[in-house]
Design a protein around this ligand. Structure first.
Ligand SMILES: [Zn+2]
Length: 92
């Protein structure tokens, strides 16, 4: 099971595009950052396109996006650049 965390977003409304699930026109296209895996194996993928339905606010990734994420995970050694980031652990 994938662990993912939404860490950022910016959105734009596509007034012509229909929701793949219910056909409502005017979906919101967002770009998000997700983290797959954890610890030393964690892979951060930025700028992932997400479609949000204006009807119920349900969001989904397109099949081509999922394929690209799989490709990034599979070939992260050649695709990914190493970058130092701050990581906080939620203490409860
Ligand atoms: Zn919908």
């Amino acid at each position: 099971m994938l662990k993912h965390i939404k860490t950022s977003s910016d959105r734009l409304v596509n007034k012509r595009r229909k929701c793949d699930n219910c056909g409502t026109v005017g979906v919101i296209e967002k770009r998000i950052t997700r983290i797959y895996g954890h610890g030393k194996e964690a892979l951060v993928i930025e700028n992932i396109p997400v479609i949000v339905c204006p009807n119920f606010g349900a969001s989904y990734l397109e099949a081509k996006t999922l394929d690209e994420i799989d490709r990034n995970k599979l070939y992260s050694k050649s695709f990914a650049r190493q970058r130092a980031i701050d990581v906080a652990v939620f203490a409860c």
